[in-house]
Ligand binder design. Structure first.
Ligand SMILES: Nc1nc2c(c(=O)[nH]1)N[C@@H](CN(C=O)c1ccc(C(=O)N[C@@H](CCC(=O)O)C(=O)O)cc1)CN2
Ligand SMILES: [Mg+2]
Length: 298
């Protein structure tokens, strides 16, 4: 296929888990035999297959690095009040250093109120408005950066991509990916343009971008002809496309036409195996940071 280097998010995420595992072992040595370990609590509402898979993977990854994990499964019809009570209990639980509610939530739940209810000190998803808002303010840093945007930045850093002074384009302006990624790139001194559904001539903007981040959730929206020669392409999209030849009846594609873009880019993330695996690796990293603060060793 193309000439671009493949940015192997799966392998980088494994490196990060190995690093975390070592740190947890050191933490245990440092704190002695009776030492507590980092703890992550996940709240899952309803029975969406995809959410169940992500939550199962979070648990598996916690086990791999030596964390304790806690999980509460609630029925689809759970009341707002009962969900908030579970969050409040985990907020107060000393064994727990990170609390997250798996998204999306059922329609009758007020998602904003739920995200606001997660303790700022345990907001390892970084979805609390205080954490997201701090990204936008110079001189202020969030306690936690949300996992997918943090994963994008980590992939760029670990691949040795220079960000300062570069032009970046971010396609998509969602609260949990596009907007924070744009702010993080800007904080690293990139000149960032955010492209959304009303942006005139997105193609012209993309063609100028040294770093292109696609996060709109539209299957293969970006053709290879939009890529600047030598650009680094980070594809955050995870779109299901029907495919009868696959066991699960669909295959996963990104927001970028991968084969075409690989001909022009210098480096590109695949889907699957690019940004996706970094999300949980960054969640583990945030949980470790939180635990270290609570143990007084950061
Ligand atoms: N509370 C949260 N909810 C959701 C988040 C989140 O960060 N916090 N992100 C997504 C789901 N997610 C983790 O929760 C997640 C999504 C995808 C992957 C991943 O590894 N994807 C693989 C492909 C998986 C597949 O084959 O289906 C990849 O891209 O290689 C990990 C975590 C929404 N909700
Ligand atoms: Mg800031």
């Amino acid at each position: 296929m193309g000439k671009a280097d493949v940015i192997d998010g799966k392998a980088i995420a494994q490196d990060i888990r190995n690093e975390i595992k070592e740190e947890v072992a050191k933490l245990k040595e440092h704190k002695g035999k009776e030492s507590p370990v980092p703890g992550l609590a996940v709240v899952l509402v309803g029975a969406r297959k995809d959410s169940e898979t992500y939550v199962r993977n979070k648990r598996k990854n916690c086990e791999e690095v030596g964390y304790e994990s806690f999980q509460t499964d609630l029925p689809e019809e759970v009341s707002q009040e009962d969900l908030l009570k579970v969050v409040a209990d985990y907020n107060a639980d000393e064994r727990v250093h990170g609390v997250l509610v798996q998204l999306p939530l059922p329609k009758h739940i007020n998602e904003r109120e739920v995200l606001d209810a997660v303790s700022l000190d345990k907001d390892v998803d970084g979805f609390h408005p205080h954490n997201i808002g701090s990204l936008a303010l110079r001189g202020r840093s969030p306690k936690f950066v949300s996992c997918t945007p943090k994963g994008v930045m980590e992939l760029l850093k670990r691949t040795g991509v220079k960000i300062s002074g570069k032009r970046a384009a971010v396609i998509g302006r969602s609260n949990i990916v596009g907007m924070p990624v744009a702010l993080l790139l800007q904080a690293e001194d990139a000149t960032v343009t955010v492209i959304h559904s009303r942006t005139p001539e997105p193609e012209a903007i993309c063609k100028e971008a040294d770093i292109l981040v696609a996060a709109i959730g539209r299957a293969e929206f970006v053709p290879g002809s939009w890529i600047k020669p030598g650009a680094v392409v980070i594809d955050v999209g995870m779109n299901d496309v029907e495919d009868a030849s696959k066991k699960r009846g669909y295959r996963l594609v990104g927001d970028v036409k991968y084969a075409e873009a690989s001909e022009t880019a210098s480096a590109i993330t695949p889907v699957p195996g690019g940004v996706g695996p970094m999300t949980i690796a960054m969640l583990l990293q945030n949980t470790l940071e939180s635990a270290k603060k609570s143990f007084g060793c950061s």
